[in-house]
Design a protein. Sequence first.
Length: 664
Amino acid sequence: MNKWAEYTFHWDDAPLDISPLFAEEVPAGKNGFMKCEDGKFAFENGKEAKFWGVLINSAACFPPHEAADKVARRLAKFGINLVRLHQFDADWATPNIFQYAKGTLCDTTRKLDPVSLDRLDYLIHALKKEGIYIYMDLLVYRTFKEGDGLENVAGLTPNGAKPYSIFDKDLIALQKEYAEQLLTHVNPYTGLRLVDDPAMAMVLITNENDMFNTPFPITAEPYRSRLLERYRQWAAVNEPGLQIPDDFAFDFRKDAPTESILRFYHDVQKEYYSIMDQYLRDLGVKVPISGNSWARGLTLVSALRDMDFTCANVYWDLWGNQGSNLHLASQRKEVFGMVPSKVRMQGKPLFITEWDQVWPNEWRAESPLFIASMGCFQEWSGASLHTYRYRSTPANCMGGTILGGISYRQNFETFMDPAKFGLFYAASIMFRRGDIAPAKETQVIELKKEDIYSPVHGMANHNLPNVEATANCEKHKVEIRLPGSEIPANAIRPDDLGPAGDDTDSVTSDTGELFRNWKDGFGWIDTPKTKSIYGKFKPGQTVKLKNAEITLNGGFTTLTLTSLSGEDLENARLILVTAVGRADNTDAQYNKAHTERISLGHGPVLFEVTEATVKMNSNVKNMRLWSIDADGAYTGEVPSTMKDGVREFQIGETYPSIYYLLSI
């Protein structure tokens, strides 16, 4: 391998346009308001709602009108039908919803900036036209200020006043005021308030904000004293006789939480969700509402049980790729991976609010199809990648690297990355079309009160074997059931590995369509309309699928066959071949062990060429294989042969690309 070629995306266009495959879903909202039904999202007309999305972050939520139209069109071309608007309340973002431009003092967050609001309105309008729904965040990174009328505002944490915003009545009142301003003003471009616009699919009350995982001690007065008094009142009713010292401090960083504290925090958190949910309904919000974008620990999961749906933020190798020190692990070689089984509650939709395997992880191309396939198999209602971009300007360079390179903003931006965004055609079609069958069986995890309020399990994020073991989720559908639910005989407990314990080297789904070998580091997806292999392969290694086989020249790759014409691959008249593994900037430099980044490099973006021979059964004659460049142009015909109903072609030698079209 080690043959590299250029593939630099355009910020304002896409090499292929698959939006016609979903034309019946345009504009967003045409099927009515979204609702929850039998553990899934559905529209008013009964059609199931499934979302393949991205986050647009902070300043990128306020693009110029012309840029908004181009971005919306580009997203639709890649098959995206949802955007989560995120972090646009952050003080560090320019623009943000409270201040369009820096240079003048902004001492309050109780007013929405008219220029920012206009640009946000137009972006929502542009997305709606293209069939792209909105996932609306409320409290994320808002920095409360002196003009907001709060006591000791300097003592509050700057990122959403976490966790004070969960329990303080004045902070909750400001959240209500903001929600009313944002959701009930009339968008001049749609003519609708957001609460009346079915293009808004979901609302999130707060992001990564809870009483159980806060890294901040609750010490700011008068908020600490108010919470302490509330704890005394709660204890008098729920734990009579409990002795609470006068100097009691709510600081989980120093002391392990007691069962009493967990029960109290659980009730505080649950009450906050109830207050905000009722207020949003009173404003006229008709779509599903969730409380938090993660569920880290079983106490928080239980506190979320009355919400319409649950969310999860799932990352692989996240903090190992910040700054220059790298930890480039591959999830294809791990039993534990990026599948959030512990937040899938019985009867509730699950939406993956954030997922990523961040650049410059060399193996990140393994993640898009893995997430899409697990979403189908586990019957998730959607997933959104964190993130598309952070800046609002329409240049290729976003956040610090050289024009034309993979953009760099804390390693998260993906809109220029062939290794992740390049796989969105295949992933969006697979997920939205439902190419992978849902699991045949469901593995239930039984939770008891002692799990929910346990200082070990209740607060745990990564030490529950069965709810974190990816192999469970790759074998069967997995869901948790809380106390009071019906528990089947084959249910397992949090410390029981269950079926995952039987798989020592590999796992095959109960449908037979998914396989992953973590010992050798590769996997495959094998369905009638989508076939894919991913991983690191030996030279000459052949992977045999139903009616197809792929022989690799070696190295790491993700190679996918996708029917674009709707028929099974044997009868398809238009097939997309996607082949991408590693990608990076030109002249990006690392140490020999690839654990330290020396230079970000510059544009153009390069990808490592996949060299492989594909054989597939076909009933369609007179098909030709074309290489497609970043402009969407044919760069040349790749030789292919047809003999005895088997089509054979070799990619990588002639006109190498990440995209090839096989068409009549």
